[in-house]
Design a protein. Structure first.
Ligand code: HEM
Length: 500
């Protein structure tokens, strides 16, 4: 005790008091400042309307359940808009989310990405994608990787790929459609788009290895819209297992290719695939990418590249079957392309970029399918500053969601919105109301590739087959799995057209 009376320890005690009081004062001032800031904003501007529901869970359950069908999510969105107006808040897996109005809110999000917001994915997405995938990158890193990967998906790249995609489409119909009476349309379109992207990315050909690979990818996609419970028996657990298998297969292909490169015996066809380029062409700073980067970005391209276009193609098949006049119009367009080839003496089995541009009506049909059944209804961005938007205060750290559900079905932008009507695409829609491919810096990288590969598929389909739905009266609800489909996976009865 005596030592507590020596000068030194007395000064320390005084200092400790001073420190404690300073810390307390700073804490109180900070708290008052933050709280007053909250009220300052609140006094001036309210938070967007809506409710957060139960702590953490919020509206997660009702949202996930609504996402199970195309009608479910459309109706959920409409209900919220009717109740709260076009800008509203809710809570999803713990995060406060603001759905922005459309089109202005969508435009605001895309144009302010990188300054007041950046891309955000829930943690389950990171577990499924990995931290190297393009889509989870932000800021300068995203720009660098995106610039690098764009070379595989710009218009120039499409003219390099068209021949291979066309060959793949012809092979697909010969191998899987010829002689068949009934088919599950969705399984066929997924098989086609998967083999197309596997071929482009890694020169992987159809066969047992690809079939096994496809099974794993389908299990992976089911992990996207489920509860992230990593326990045996749950979808998310199965999806993570699928991810490991997929990465192992990619790793095997990388090893094999490195060996071929080292021994200078890479077959010519493989020298133009994405894997080859990723292994041999340095990034903008002169470095080769590390293995985890290559693996996770190939995984991303394969995932984004198949069941998106595959699902849309299946639903296009559905709508064409439901609308004989649409079938007739597409057939007319595609036949005139074929006849043009015959007249000019060019190979009728080869397609050119000019042919793709001439498929205007067919593209309108696909656009209409994308409007009614967008693969993604919206994605998230996280605010990195406090925001004021249309009289509302949106705090830093909240999520903003661009969304296409309210505008795609809004009679103000699309007359009679629930009707399948390709003729509406004769005029352009209001900017930022039609968003099947998202927007801003993270807009879909593969939309040109998707367009080209879907049009090539339809070209061969209508020239060689007619079809009807196994259940012609089916009119919904459409299951989202995660892309919209009929319960019977768009089952069709097919008939081969004998060439005249
Ligand atoms: C009908 C087919 C497709 C649809 C509807 C579609 C839709 C989308 C959407 C909505 C996004 C998110 C955009 C955002 O958050 O703002 C996206 C991103 C992306 N898509 Fe697609 N997609 C399709 C086909 C493809 C294909 C064929 C590929 C590649 C082979 C591809 C590659 C990507 C990539 C890499 C991203 C991430 C871009 C980034 O974060 O920078 N997509 N897609």
């Amino acid at each position: 005790m005596a030592s507590s009376w020596n000068g030194l320890s007395f000064v320390s005690a005084k200092e400790s008091y001073t420190t404690l009081i300073t810390v307390l004062a700073v804490t109180i001032l900070w708290t008052l400042w933050s709280v007053s800031g909250y009220f300052r904003h609140r006094n001036r501007m309210p938070l967007p309307p809506g409710s957060f529901g139960l702590p953490f869970i919020g509206q997660t359950i009702e949202y996930v359940l609504a996402m199970r069908t195309a009608d479910g999510i459309r109706q959920w969105m409409q209900k919220q808009v009717d109740k709260h107006g076009p800008i509203f808040r809710y809570r999803f897996i713990g995060y406060p989310v603001v759905i922005m109005d459309q089109p202005e809110g969508n435009k605001f999000i895309f144009q302010s990405e990188g300054t007041s917001n950046h891309i955000f994915w829930p943690s389950q997405m990171f577990s499924l994608m990995g931290r190297h995938a393009l889509t989870v990158q932000t800021g300068e890193r995203h720009k660098l990787v995106r610039r690098y990967l764009t070379r595989y998906f710009d218009r120039n790249a499409m003219s390099r790929y068209i021949r291979g995609v066309n060959r793949n489409a012809m092979r697909h119909f010969t191998n899987h459609w010829q002689g068949k009476e009934q088919l599950a349309g969705l399984d066929m379109t997924n098989l086609y788009t998967f083999s197309t992207i596997c071929n482009l990315a890694m020169s992987l050909e159809e066969g047992p290895q690809m079939d096994k690979f496809l099974e794993e990818f389908l299990a992976w996609t089911k992990g996207l819209f489920c509860f992230p419970i990593n326990l045996p028996g749950f979808q998310f657990y199965r999806a993570l297992k699928a991810r490991s298998v997929i990465l192992e297969v990619i790793e095997g292909l990388m090893e094999q290719r490195r060996k071929e490169i080292a021994e200078d015996r890479v077959p010519e066809v493989k020298q133009t695939d994405i894997l080859h380029s990723l292994l041999t062409v340095p990034d903008g700073e002169g470095n080769l990418f590390p293995d985890p980067f290559i693996k996770e970005n190939l995984l991303l391209l394969l995932i984004t590249g198949f069941d998106t276009s595959g699902g849309i193609l299946a639903m296009t098949i559905y709508y064409i079957a439901k609308n004989p006049s649409v079938y007739k119009e597409i057939l007319k367009e595609q036949k005139s392309i074929l006849e043009g080839k015959r007249e000019s003496g060019t190979d009728e089995n080869e397609l050119t970029m000019e042919d793709i541009s001439a498929m205007k009506y067919t593209w309108n049909v696909i656009q209409e399918t994308l409007r009614l059944h967008p693969v993604l209804v919206g994605t998230y961005r996280k605010t990195v500053t406090d925001l004021e938007y249309k009289g509302y205060y949106i705090p830093k750290g909240w999520l903003l969601s661009w969304n296409n559900q309210h505008s795609h079905y809004n009679p103000k932008y699309f007359k009679d919105p629930l009707k399948f009507d390709p003729s509406r695409w004769e005029t352009r829609p209001t900017p930022f109301t039609y968003l099947p491919f998202g927007g801003g810096p993270h807009t879909c990288l593969g939309n040109e590739f998707a367009r080209m590969s879907m049009l090539i598929f339809i070209y061969h389909l209508v020239q060689n087959y007619s079809w009807s739905l196994v259940d012609p009266s089916y009119d919904g609800p459409f299951i989202r799995d995660p892309v919209a489909r009929t319960p019977d996976r768009v089952s069709i009865i097919v008939k081969q057209i004998v060439a005249s």
